[in-house]
Design a protein around this ligand. Structure first.
Ligand SMILES: O=C(O)CCC(=O)C(=O)O
Ligand SMILES: [Fe+2]
Length: 285
């Protein structure tokens, strides 16, 4: 069997100027997204525009963040890694906590739905993986920090959840849920033939209020507040997932949907719960 490394090298020797050894800054379209000097006027303006979008909608899309050749490189890496993905099927609530039997049957904390997804966990990326190097690149985290308008960001401390490759095949989907991190940053690599749309309701809850009636209407099928984000390969999406409920619609067809998920938090040391680790990665740390 070919190793991960062999497959990356065999395929990268064909047409593209980027190789598995490329540095993270070769992957990003720096002309469009000048993130190497965050004090420069263009970078300040870009970060300001990101914050404005996030405040308006709970999300910020940066199309063409990765160069086309970088998308090709990371898709090849994704295909090479995808056999390592742990595919889980779980039934749960949007809160990623057990259903509470003390509540009425139609309460959002009791409404169950199915999630099925394949995930390559952070500890499964080889040391020289281009995706890992992109995630561990301080300039990217500093830019994301500025774009989010935070004082400081930390990479998520979860040994599995910090960096994920989500590998979704025919029939797989993510049910409505909130994330356990303040923000998730995703990079779209390859869309499915059909389905696999990212949908969300901007800031449906806050730290002060769960807004159960709104959440209940959504879970019972009212799509009136739903925003759909069409998937474009190479787009960086900054997303406020702790308070904006979101899902991925079912995937159809032969093409696996590939998305890189880069997790950060405003506090150091944040980890997923054991329950989430077990259900998403099939093991606990
Ligand atoms: O795959 C995506 O686009 C989003 C994934 C997501 O919401 C999650 O992993 O929590
Ligand atoms: Fe999520």
């Amino acid at each position: 069997m070919w190793s991960y490394r062999d497959r990356m090298e065999a395929s990268t020797s064909e047409t593209t100027p980027l190789s598995a050894d490329s540095s993270p800054q070769d992957l990003v379209d720096l002309a469009r997204y000048p993130l190497l000097d965050l004090k420069a006027p263009a970078a300040i303006a870009l970060a300001r525009e990101c914050r404005a979008q996030l405040n308006r909608t709970g999300a910020c899309e940066l199309p063409g963040f990765l160069k086309a050749e970088a998308v090709e490189l990371l898709v090849r890496e994704g295909d090479a890694l995808s056999s390592l993905a742990y595919h889980s099927v779980a039934r749960g609530t949007p809160y990623l906590e057990p259903s509470d039997p003390a509540l009425p049957a139609d309460h959002p904390r009791r409404i169950l739905d199915d999630t099925s997804v394949g995930v390559v966990a952070y500890d499964q990326f080889p040391a020289d993986s281009p995706m890992r190097r992109l995630y561990e690149w301080d300039a990217l985290m500093a830019f994301i920090c500025a774009a989010l308008g935070k004082e400081k960001l930390y990479r998520y401390a979860d040994p599995f959840g910090a960096l994920n490759l989500a590998v979704m095949r025919d029939g797989e989907r993510l049910h409505w849920h909130y994330d356990m991190t303040d923000f998730v940053t995703s990079i779209a690599l390859r869309a499915a033939e059909r389905g696999g749309d990212f949908e969300y309701v901007p800031l449906i809850r806050s730290a002060a209020s769960e807004n159960y009636p709104r959440v209940q209407r959504l879970l019972l099928g009212d799509n009136g507040e739903v925003v759909r984000v069409p998937m474009h390969a190479g787009t960086l999406l900054l997303f406020e997932g702790r308070n904006s409920i979101h899902r991925v619609t079912p995937i159809y067809g032969e093409t696996t949907r590939l998305v890189v998920l880069l997790a950060y938090d405003t506090k150091p040391g944040t980890c997923s719960s054991k329950l989430l680790q077990k259900s998403r990665y099939g093991r606990t740390a």
